[in-house]
Write a protein that binds this ligand. Structure first.
Ligand SMILES: [Zn+2]
Ligand SMILES: [Zn+2]
Length: 75
């Protein structure tokens, strides 16, 4: 296993003096994904990592990457 170059394997990094965020580089997104709907429009079809790392993917990307831990919503 290589050490994450962004967070040095702490899974967090400071993006300014007062704030830290979850590292999106080594986030496994293992909590799944929630659908961005209210803020982005119903047909947007984008999903954000539930962990809060800030990564957003289209449903097609998740499907192609065979990520199964996606909360399924009806369109
Ligand atoms: Zn990291
Ligand atoms: Zn994530």
């Amino acid at each position: 296993m290589s050490i994450c170059p962004k967070c040095n394997d702490t899974h967090w990094y400071a993006y300014d003096e007062n704030h830290a965020k979850i590292c999106e580089v080594c986030c496994t997104h293992s909590d799944g994904w929630w659908k961005l709907e209210e803020h982005y429009g119903k047909s947007n079809g984008k999903y954000a990592c539930k962990t809060g790392c800030g990564v957003v993917k289209a449903y097609e990307d998740l499907y192609e990457e065979k990520i199964v831990n996606v909360t399924v919503y009806r369109f």
